[in-house]
Design a protein around this ligand. Structure first.
Ligand SMILES: C[S@@+](CC[C@H](N)C(=O)[O-])C[C@H]1O[C@@H](n2cnc3c(N)ncnc32)[C@H](O)[C@@H]1O
Ligand SMILES: [Zn+2]
Length: 329
């Protein structure tokens, strides 16, 4: 679809000063500082702050972040954004599909109707979540820093004929939302170290509407303890994983309360009955948390079918890290 700046101006704000934006001749303009935010390539609104808003300590992520932040919209050969289905194994794709179904079941848990709601994904990548969920929502705001990921998802959305997905180039350390997102997703992203996770969680809280909810996930340390301890070859780069107590400590430090935990097991389909029987034996792959004012009143004990454990586990190494790759496999 053509990018209609008038339609979404009211859901956005200036990433530099959080003031309102007005639609102006196919661009958006900040009412306070006057900065103009253009639409690139007919479909991607460039909403980056005037300078990088984050200062991540993780050196590999910092290199990626600065490279992507300063990249211009120029043609690039051989672009290969993270998470391209075409480059992944069948088991990776199966796990990914299960994750997408699990998150959808979390979104739909209270049988709320979303036709008048906005879904925002602040690190949406190639669009596995946003594009699958678009038909349930009024609008979807697909946000990412990577031009390659945005271009890829935009082309995919055009092929799918979707008319309600807006593509925004953002820095998630300075999100252009002020309590305007009804359902916010941030998946496979709280993996860069505590300073990064805290800065991002604070932005997520500010972006979520007062009656809204956010869903985030953490890689679970116990899914891969031998790899984390270096006793088996590790395959997750230097991405950070968390025990339940570590993840919940972070949430508390960021002022998040009343979350609901859903344990995701990639080895089983979310609706599997075997999963229900034996999941207490298995460490979850991901710890998914849902929080926000609509979820308040829930405690960290889960109620969904994908959550079976009620005990906290010990925390042998919250600092386990690997080396190498930027994105995990
Ligand atoms: C591991 S990928 C996960 C993508 C998606 N959530 C998924 O699960 O398919 C992380 C994404 O975060 C994006 N990203 C990294 N730093 C960012 C930043 N500062 N602002 C916005 N997006 C960022 C990357 O470009 C990448 O697409
Ligand atoms: Zn401004």
């Amino acid at each position: 679809m053509r990018f209609n700046t008038e339609e979404i101006a009211g859901s956005l704000c200036c990433p530099d000063d959080q003031r309102s934006l007005r639609s102006n001749d196919g661009t958006l303009r900040c009412c306070h500082c006057g900065r103009v935010y253009p639409v690139r390539e007919g479909g991607i609104l460039d909403l980056l702050p005037s300078k990088p808003a984050g200062s991540p300590a993780n050196p590999e992520y910092a290199a990626y972040y600065h490279f992507e932040f300063y990249r211009a919209f120029e043609p690039r050969e051989g672009a290969n954004p993270w998470g391209l289905r075409e480059t992944q194994s069948p088991s990776w794709r199966r796990h990914r599909e299960r994750q997408v179904r699990t998150v959808l079941s979390m979104l739909r848990r209270d049988e709320a109707r979303f036709e008048d709601r906005i879904l925002g994904d602040v690190s949406a990548g190639v669009g596995d979540y946003t594009l699958s969920y678009a038909r349930h929502f009024k609008w979807v705001l697909h946000c990412d820093l990577s031009i390659d990921a945005l271009r890829y998802a935009l082309a995919r959305s055009r092929r799918m004929g979707l008319q309600n997905v807006f593509f925004l180039r953002v820095d998630y350390f300075a999100l252009p939302f002020r309590s305007s997102i009804d359902r916010l997703l941030c998946l496979d992203t709280l993996i860069r170290g505590q300073d990064h996770e805290k800065a991002l969680l604070n932005q997520i809280e500010r972006a979520t509407a007062s009656e809204g909810r956010a869903i985030v996930d953490f890689h679970h340390w116990w899914h891969n303890p031998l790899r984390r301890l270096g006793l088996l070859p590790q395959n997750f780069g230097n991405n950070r994983s968390y025990t339940r107590s570590g993840a919940e400590g972070l949430l508390r430090e960021c002022g998040v309360e009343g979350w609901r935990l859903v344990r995701f097991y990639q080895e089983f389909a979310p609706e599997s009955t075997s999963l229900k029987r034996i999941s207490w034996l298995l460490p979850a792959t991901r710890l998914l948390y849902e929080f926000g004012s609509a979820a308040s009143g829930h405690t960290s004990r889960a109620s969904a079918e994908t959550d079976f454990s009620t005990t906290s586990q010990p925390n042998p190494s919250d600092t386990a890290r690997g080396a190498a790759k930027i994105w995990y496999t």
